[in-house]
Design a binder for this molecule. Structure first.
Ligand SMILES: [Zn+2]
Length: 512
């Protein structure tokens, strides 16, 4: 008699948030086989079936971070951290860099990250003079927490070929010293360019060490799928992700967006990967719509043309838009493009300043929004100090998106903040900043709505809702076991909820 109808693994004594009397889930061939009562899953339990007693803890679909930057996160995890918890002044950053340089042989790179100029006492970015004084004999690279600015010392700039003759790239800015015209050391929106120039200086073991740390962080937070939003994602990146997946260094499913400049090369090179097997997918084309140079780049017409052309080649498009002006431009472009082709699910990433007129435009455009409510907790105090009250009440507008019925998802935008879905959902519910100040209370939503955005919403945002995002037969067995129900947040602190187990494609990858 064939036993092939038996499950590979059965989780018993499970609490589900909404599944009637069901308290058990069976998994077979990396998919959910049955959600039912213990009696029902007993029928598919054979002698080879592994059973796990979940002790009435809560099981939900795996968290799906719809927008982050894995390679930057992994690189940062191996760099010196200079964020506000460790350095509130440029003087302190210099001390940290100097101490770090002592550990590195002369000429080796000192790599640091995490400063936020708005939170420094001096209220400015450090410059090459600051870094030269602290570390004269090593090249130094110090990244802003946002990833949108980098500071280097003179030795680092020379190594990468920067001089007074360097020309600003189209979307970035080389800040310059007034008199000499020499780069001041501060580079805006040039992270991808600088990153690529540094490839000869990067060593593989460092990359691997960072990826292992990032992977551990993701699975320990219950994240089973991620979407990588790198604007520099090209074929080489794709091959790197493929290698990392093959080596088993990255457990979560990865959907890699493709940088706008590289979409053509993807069209001309067949991508031989079976995503259902490898867990690696090609995601949307990513376009940066930025105000760094003082005006919107690209402009309205170029953006619309780009989306129309990309969608005619089958691309879904994800547009980085933070400021009100940028979001409006993105929404108008998506609206025009949708008249030519519907169902493309074009996305607006961040949608930070979402006042009601902007959100109504977004609604009309048919766009999906991937926003970052976690920023409210991390940066809310700064927003209250530096932004007008109208902007603050509509920042990361989870409530408005929900009320309008706009499809939306949550991304951590890590390494802007560390990935932490439970804390992000808590922030959706409470709209508290780190120090307990309310930030845009009007945007409060329920824990269930936050959880849906972190699971089903994220799957929908990349056309994966048939495979992921809920606990249903036939979907991938990407599951998280939590010590408590995260939708009841608001009554207790997120620190009270622990990720007990993370399961990806039916395999237990993390246990605590
Ligand atoms: Zn991002």
């Amino acid at each position: 008699m064939s036993l092939n109808y038996k499950a590979d693994i059965v989780f018993r004594n499970v609490s589900f948030i909404h599944s009637g009397r069901a308290n058990s889930i069976a998994v077979k061939d990396s998919k959910i086989y049955l959600v039912g009562t213990d009696a029902q899953t007993r029928d598919v339990t054979g002698s080879d079936t592994k059973t796990v007693d979940c002790q009435d803890m809560v099981m939900i679909p795996g968290f799906h971070d719809a927008h982050l930057h894995i390679l930057r996160l992994s690189a940062n995890l191996t760099k010196l951290y200079c964020g506000p918890e460790r350095a509130c002044t440029i003087t302190r950053i210099k001390e940290l860099l100097e101490l770090e340089a002592r550990k590195i042989p002369q000429g080796g790179w000192v790599k640091a990250w995490g400063y936020d100029h708005e939170l420094l006492l001096e209220k400015r970015h450090p410059n090459r003079g600051d870094l030269d004084r602290a570390v004269p004999n090593h090249p130094v690279r110090l990244d802003h927490v946002s990833g949108h600015a980098t500071v280097m010392n003179t030795m680092a700039m020379r190594k990468l070929g920067f001089s007074e003759y360097s020309v600003d790239p189209p979307k970035g800015v080389i800040d310059r010293e007034e008199e000499s015209g020499f780069p001041s050391g501060l580079f805006l929106d040039m992270g991808e360019y600088i990153g690529k120039s540094m490839i000869p200086y990067r060593d593989q073991s460092e990359l691997q060490e960072g990826i292992i740390l990032a992977n551990q962080l993701l699975i320990s937070r219950g994240i089973t799928a991620v979407q990588d939003a790198g604007i520099g994602n090209d074929l080489e990146r794709w091959n790197l992700f493929k290698r990392l997946k093959t080596l088993g260094l990255l457990d979560p499913q990865v959907t890699m967006m493709v940088g706008y400049d590289y979409c053509e090369e993807f069209r001309h090179t067949p991508i031989a990967t079976n995503p259902l097997r490898t867990g690696l997918y090609v995601g949307p084309a990513k376009i940066m719509l930025s105000l760094t140079t003082g005006s919107l780049v690209p402009g309205q017409k170029s953006l619309t043309d780009a989306i129309v052309s990309l969608q005619s080649n089958g691309w879904q498009v994800a547009i980085h838009a933070v400021e009100q002006e940028a979001i409006e431009c993105a929404a108008k472009a998506i609206c025009s493009a949708s008249k030519i082709k519907s169902g493309a699910r074009h996305r607006i990433e961040h949608c930070s300043e979402g006042d009601p007129t902007v959100i109504s435009l977004v609604d009309k455009s048919g766009a999906i929004v991937v926003t970052n409510p976690g920023f409210v907790w991390h940066f809310g105090d700064k927003y209250r100090k530096t932004l007008g009250s109208n902007i603050v009440s509509n920042i990361y507008p989870t409530g408005s998106l929900e009320n309008r019925g706009i499809p939306w998802a949550i991304g951590s935008d890590s390494p802007m903040i560390m990935p932490d879905p439970i804390l992000d959902i808590y922030t959706c519910v409470t709209r508290f900043s780190k120090s307990g100040n309310p930030v845009g209370k009007e945007q409060t939503i329920s824990g269930s709505q936050g959880l849906k955005a972190y699971t089903y919403g994220a799957a929908y945002s990349c056309f994966q809702e048939r495979e992921l995002g809920s606990l249903e037969r036939g979907k991938f067995a990407d599951l998280v076991l939590l010590s408590r129900d995260p939708t009841g947040l608001g009554y207790y602190l997120p620190a009270d909820i622990n990720v007990k187990m993370t399961v990806i494609r039916g395999k237990v990858v993390y246990e605590n």
